[in-house]
Write a protein that binds this ligand. Structure first.
Ligand code: ATP
Ligand code: MG
Length: 277
């Protein structure tokens, strides 16, 4: 198969897609406002589920003190109910927290000055955008699922980066990782378990962010042309072929870092951003 741009219609399709993305950008501004509004009630959900958890602890203590007055059966049932209540409160809190982190992600993308270097918690950015990518894939590709394993080195320092750009880079690479494991799962054997490994760690004076997948891997041709603008192996309409080029510019030109990768056809790929701090 020839991956080169095949004819003018394809260029036209890509141009239209870019135009669509510009529209999306202005939509982004609007959604920033909405996202901000949604964050408040979500904070209530999280905070009240925490408070309810504490109240439940208090209530349990009182009931346990007087448990002797209850028949054995009722006592058992009460404990079961309390234990399910606790589990459910944790679920509510965690879902709320996840929703907040998605919203914060949207806020980060859609507002803020360009090219502004800010002291940032890189692990948080990576985490947010990895999960943003995951949820976007879940929404767009029915049946998509992947186990995401995260490893964040403890005690990492805050790092000066351009958060919007770094998050874009993480998103691009995670999108590719999600896409390839999804593609592979369409044809792989039943025991194939899609998996993405994310890690953030320090080595000397450098911060290393790695996103690895056990997807399809890349052929030599794809490896060579990976950063070429408009180079894509995705069906027209699904990829613009700009993701990796943008990612390299962000990491290398803007942050003075390096993007490297290893990839084995049929087994997967691992991308690493090395950022000097
Ligand atoms: N993790 C990966 N596994 C396998 N192939 C990959 C991976 N990452 C990138 N590629 C290959 O590199 C090509 C270029 O990637 P790039 O992100 O630049 O563009 P794209 O994903 O096709 O489109 P988009 O502009 O939407 O990101 C992809 O089409 C794919 O063939
Ligand atoms: Mg891409």
């Amino acid at each position: 198969m020839n991956y080169a741009l095949r004819d003018m219609t394809e260029i036209e399709q890509l141009r239209q897609q870019l135009q669509k993305q510009e529209k999306l950008a202005s939509l982004g501004l609007l959604s920033a406002g909405i996202a901000h509004e949604i964050k408040n009630p979500l904070n209530f959900v999280v905070n009240f589920s925490k408070i309810s958890g504490n109240l439940l602890e208090d209530l349990t203590a009182i009931v346990e003190e007087n448990a002797g007055r209850l028949p054995e059966d009722d006592r058992e049932e009460m404990r079961e109910i309390v234990s399910s209540l606790k589990d459910e409160l944790v679920q509510i809190r965690e879902s709320g927290e996840r929703a907040i982190s998605i919203i914060e992600g949207i806020l980060l993308v859609s507002r803020g000055k360009e090219d502004e270097f800010v002291t940032s918690d890189v692990c948080r950015i990576v985490k947010e955008y990895v999960w943003l990518s995951y949820h976007a894939m879940r929404a767009n590709y029915p049946g998509f699922n992947v186990a995401i394993h995260e490893e964040y080195q403890e005690g990492l320092p805050m790092v000066i980066v351009i958060p919007q750009d770094l998050s874009r880079a993480v998103l691009n690479v995670t999108n590719n990782a999600c896409y390839t494991v999804w593609r592979k799962s369409q044809s792989a054997k039943e025991d194939y378990k899609p998996r993405i490994d994310v890690s953030v760690r320090m080595e000397g004076q450098e911060l290393l962010i790695t996103i690895a997948d056990n997807g399809e891997g890349m052929t030599d041709e794809v490896k060579e042309r990976l950063y070429e603008n408009f180079f894509t192996t995705k069906p027209v309409g699904q990829g613009t072929g700009l993701g990796m080029g943008i990612t390299r510019d962000i990491i290398e030109k803007k942050h003075g870092g390096k993007v490297s990768f290893t990839s084995t056809e049929g087994q997967g790929s691992a991308f690493t951003f090395t950022i000097p701090i």
